[in-house]
Design a protein around this ligand. Structure first.
Ligand SMILES: [Zn+2]
Length: 169
């Protein structure tokens, strides 16, 4: 009795990550499908819901029922919760990275979060398709802006581990 529109009743999804055991928030199939690379077999993308693992040191990004696990290598974009690089996006809809957010602050151009808030208001976001969390980035961007604002002068803003010339997103 299986079909494409497999419902919630078809088997229990694990609530905690099979690798790190932390409970992730639910994400819809749209997000996982948009994020999955082409090496991920389509049958792994048929469930209606999955969970997102935000644990920094854990390689799992999504997990779902039937033992489905998608790791960082199965996701099209770098996941900022698991990658502290300066060129990793904090805002995936408008490609604001740790570096660009910090540079705007250094140049006193105002907070990136205000630009994003304006786009949200205009209805221009596509978080459930662009952000691996499936959620709005504004909280993450504001948290990072606070972090940058509170660092002592001269601190390497993103603790960059990657070469600077990696090209834009
Ligand atoms: Zn995990």
């Amino acid at each position: 009795m299986r079909c494409c529109a497999e419902g919630e009743a078809a088997g229990e999804a694990p609530s905690s990550c099979p690798r790190c055991d932390v409970v992730g928030h639910e994400v819809g199939r749209d997000t996982v499908g948009a994020m999955a690379t082409l090496v991920v077999p389509a049958p792994l993308l048929v469930h209606r819901t999955y969970r997102y693992c935000a644990t920094e040191a854990c390689p799992v990004v999504y997990y779902g029922r039937g033992g489905v696990v998608l790791g960082r290598q199965h996701v099209r974009v770098p996941v900022n919760a698991k990658d502290s690089g300066a060129d990793v996006p904090l805002c995936y809809c408008f490609a604001h990275t740790r570096r660009s957010v910090a540079e705007k602050m250094d140049a006193r151009e105002g907070p990136t979060s205000a630009l994003i808030a304006r786009e949200i208001e205009a209805g221009n976001c596509a978080c459930e398709l662009r952000n691996p969390t499936g959620r709005c980035c504004l909280g993450d961007v504001r948290r990072y802006e606070k972090e940058v604002a509170h660092r002592p002068p001269g601190t390497d803003f993103a603790r960059d581990r990657k070469p600077r010339s990696r090209g834009g997103p």
